[in-house]
Design a binder for this molecule. Sequence first.
Ligand code: GLU
Length: 257
Amino acid sequence: MRLVIKIGTSTLSHPTGHPNIRHIENFCKVVSDIKNSGNEVIIVSSGAVSMGRGKAGVENSGNSLAMKQALAAIGQSELMYTYDKYFGEYNHTVAQLLLTASSFIDAQQYENFISTMNKLLELNVIPIINENDTVATQELKIGDNDTLSARVAVSVSADLLILLTDIDGLFTADPNKDPNATLLTQVNEITPEIEAIAGGASSKVGTGGMATKIEAAKIAMEDGCDMVIANGKNPAVLYDILEGKQVGTKFTGEKRN
Ligand code: GLU
């Protein structure tokens, strides 16, 4: 299978901005094993801004665009260093790809992106994608890696997109506030009701919430790519997802021919 796995800031880093070593180490171990068993894996990773905050030691540095861009530039190298270190332990090579919205709009850039991706997959490397926050200012910004990962999944005709986040999936209401909230295990269509329950963000550290995950589901499903939202705190759920077990919320798209 060709998998695109998106992992969010809240899974990768502590609220302090320092890397969540337990999560990252487990994630790299499971992904390495999944690759060893013959799957292709492409990672879309957030975490640069948060890790930049931790690394630069500026926890209360505010949220101006220039500050976030600077923090992303600092944190991106920390992020890639961490992936390189842990994937390296399992003999896997990683590659960094930084994209913007224009990478999907400009025909030449898109062609370059696809041919680089194809070559990396041919070389058995794990591509790790993030938005190029240095140049992706407002009009160029995808803004959240949920929709970026869906665009990536569609462009490489992935079999499955998995969004690892800090919540078990899509609930009927916010489970932090409503004790009666129940997990939706299967979604076959993005209805206005689904969009309405996805209204609020789930976490303070990432950019996306459920709303951007539903946006991602729309992009993926329209192209026949299934998507799963699952909790990233236990990356072993990736094994269960690949074995077709019920994990988190599965969004099933019309199959491609
Ligand atoms: N590109 C941002 C980062 O790496 C993340 C955007 C998001 O939270 O999805 O920090």
